[in-house]
Design a protein around this ligand. Structure first.
Ligand code: VGL
Ligand code: ZN
Length: 205
């Protein structure tokens, strides 16, 4: 194996934020375990982007915005199902900050998503309407980068949708298997996400 096997690829670090780590509002079990794995590889890439889930107060994905609804249940918004979450990653709060142990010094790009009040954005590439771009695809295209490695939180939500969109964009897509963790709600969500990603050609490295 060549020493610098990632030198033509971009690393996309998804949502390694306080609210998704232990003690956070939407803590992913063992979420902070991804940090040393990511820090160990992030300088080997041609380009590194890190995303932040970055919601306004009263965001449509918060159960608290839907009277009578509880977190971790699903409602229909128009025709689209929306999973409701505890309030998390509110713009400008410490929960929305990158985890302090994540090395972001080597990141070329920091990208905030989920900023629209009425629309969620799991993917780093498109908002949940599947058409509104975040700008990341254009950026990679400009840089002539056609291979991405994804890592971060959570494999069953934001990493999953980012990887599916990356495949749809024609990129070559890998996921750092020790660099992801899952929410695990509803039960089996991690298994289903991994199976689907493998089915569409994502490799786990
Ligand atoms: C995420 C749920 C809600 C994620 C973001 O980063 O996977 N999950 N918002
Ligand atoms: Zn969110």
């Amino acid at each position: 194996m060549k020493k610098n096997k990632f030198k033509d690829s971009a690393l996309i670090i998804i949502d390694v934020q306080n609210d998704f780590c232990s003690g956070g509002a939407l803590a992913v079990p063992d979420g902070e375990a991804v940090i040393p794995v990511i820090n160990a590889v992030s300088e080997q890439f041609a380009f590194t982007a890190a995303t932040q889930d970055w919601h306004p107060e009263g965001h449509v994905s918060f159960a608290s915005s839907h009277p009578g609804q509880s977190p971790y249940t699903t409602v229909n918004i128009g025709k689209a199902p929306q999973m409701l979450w505890p309030d998390h990653c509110v713009a400008g709060t410490s929960g929305a900050d990158f985890h302090p142990e994540l090395n972001t010094d080597s990141c070329n790009m920091l990208l905030r998503k989920g900023t629209a009040l009425q629309m969620d954005s799991y993917s780093a590439f498109f908002e949940n309407d599947r058409v509104t771009p975040t700008g990341l695809a254009g950026c990679l295209h400009n840089l002539n980068i056609s291979s991405v490695v994804l890592c971060g939180l959570a494999i069953d939500y934001c990493v999953f949708y980012s990887a599916m969109d990356a495949v749809g964009l024609g990129l070559s897509v890998s996921i750092l298997k020790d660099g992801v963790r899952g929410v695990g709600v509803p039960q089996g969500s991690v298994r289903r996400a991994v199976d689907e990603l493998k089915r569409v050609g994502v490799s786990f490295v």
